[in-house]
Design a protein around this ligand. Structure first.
Ligand SMILES: N[C@@H](CCC(=O)N[C@@H](CS)C(=O)NCC(=O)O)C(=O)O
Length: 363
């Protein structure tokens, strides 16, 4: 490596829109302010002077922390085809990267669904691979915002949930998106399928994609959705309610799912005993654990209908799809009847649109 080596980043996205519309989104301030920031950020100031030699400046505010401003000079403008501008962060830390260059190329073509534009973004001149990689995640997120704004499918063009609709964890993620009012594409593929394995090395569902960004583990996915999108918060707001929420999230992930779903419901759904019967020993061992878990939850609810705080949180989204299964199997109805607060809270939750819209079709 010589002192003059630099590192480049290339990202491409296809948007179902004519390239003029995409180009406008880059140069019209009223459009640019709607998307030109990573998910979860807001734009507080925009100034654009889109002519060669003109300058731009955009200030982005993260959810927490201080705003960051970026700016530069337009070097080349070929309407609806190519845009080249310099890029320099003003803040001390990001500013150390120095001035880099962004080249945006738009290619229009006729695709299966009509006119589409391939956006290719080359960000060149990074002094180190770390700076390039940091911008890779950022630009992916920014381009997802652009797709959401312009593509007729909205965020369903960028966000995909993968997983069997009967999985309680898949349902949790789908309910989280519904509660936030976020459109998404859904691929009801089984665990260990190719698409799932491409994201989750363990083959477990749900798997999640947002543009080029992928995630697995339900809690991480829901946290990401919550931070990145407007709509009601899925995390309790005050510290004690949030801590209580985390307590139940942990309890559900470490113990309740294991007893109620793996060692009870799945024994009936995918029986592995002799002659295709459920394994009685496994069920009989799980039942007292389920009973005591329901007792704990019953006390936790008392007269309330939510596990923590006063709004629906991740803890409720994890629990409801699990409780849903209990009364559908021989001992579960009586177990739930013995926990009237849980049954009442669940009945209230079952009225939510997010819950109804994600109901699995059971054979
Ligand atoms: N800790 C994971 C658990 C996911 C999970 O266990 N999913 C089940 C379906 S509900 C699955 O993929 N099972 C297949 C397997 O474990 O091989 C999460 O929170 O997403």
């Amino acid at each position: 490596m010589t002192a003059r080596d630099t590192f480049d980043l290339t990202i491409a996205r296809t948007i179902r829109a004519p390239r003029q519309k995409v180009f406008d989104a880059f140069i019209k301030p009223e459009l640019l302010r709607q998307w030109f920031r990573p998910r979860g950020f807001t734009i507080t100031e925009v100034s654009l002077d889109p002519r060669v030699g003109g300058r731009y400046r955009v200030t982005m505010q993260p959810r927490t922390g201080t705003p960051e401003a970026v700016g530069g000079e337009y070097r080349e403008i070929k309407p609806a085809e190519r845009l080249v501008f310099t890029w320099k962060w003003e803040g001390k830390q990001m500013g150390e990267i120095g001035e880099t260059l962004v080249t945006v190329t738009l290619d229009e073509r006729r695709g299966e669904h009509g006119v589409e534009t391939e956006v290719r973004l080359l960000h060149s001149g990074f002094p180190a691979p770390e700076a390039r990689d940091g911008h890779n995640s950022g630009w992916n997120s920014v381009l997802s915002e652009l797709v959401d704004l312009i593509d007729p499918r909205g965020s369903a063009a960028t966000i995909t949930v993968y997983g069997d609709p009967r999985s309680s964890y898949v349902r949790t993620v789908r309910m989280a998106l519904a509660e936030k009012g976020v459109a998404y594409a859904y691929e009801p593929v089984p665990p260990h399928s190719e698409k799932v394995r491409a994201i989750c090395p363990f083959g477990r569902v749900p798997a999640f994609g947002d543009g080029d960004f992928t995630l697995y583990e339900t809690t991480a996915i829901v946290r990401y959705i919550d931070e990145c999108f407007a709509g009601p918060s899925l995390v309790a707001t005050n510290p004690w309610a949030r801590a209580r929420m985390e307590q139940y999230v942990s309890l559900i992930n470490c113990h309740i799912y294991d007893a109620m779903i793996r060692r009870y419901v799945l024994q009936y759904v995918f029986p592995k005993g002799a002659d295709g019967a459920p394994e009685r020993g496994v069920i009989d061992k799980a039942l007292p654990e389920i009973r005591s878990q329901l007792e704990v939850l019953d006390l936790a609810y008392g007269p309330r209908t939510l596990l923590a705080g006063v709004t629906v949180t991740l803890a409720d989204l994890l629990l409801a799809p699990i409780i849903f299964y209990l009364p559908q199997f021989p001992e579960g109805k009586a177990l739930l009847a013995a926990a009237p607060n849980v049954a009442r809270a669940h009945a209230a939750f079952a009225e939510r649109e997010s819950f109804k819209a994600t109901a699995p079709k059971l054979g």
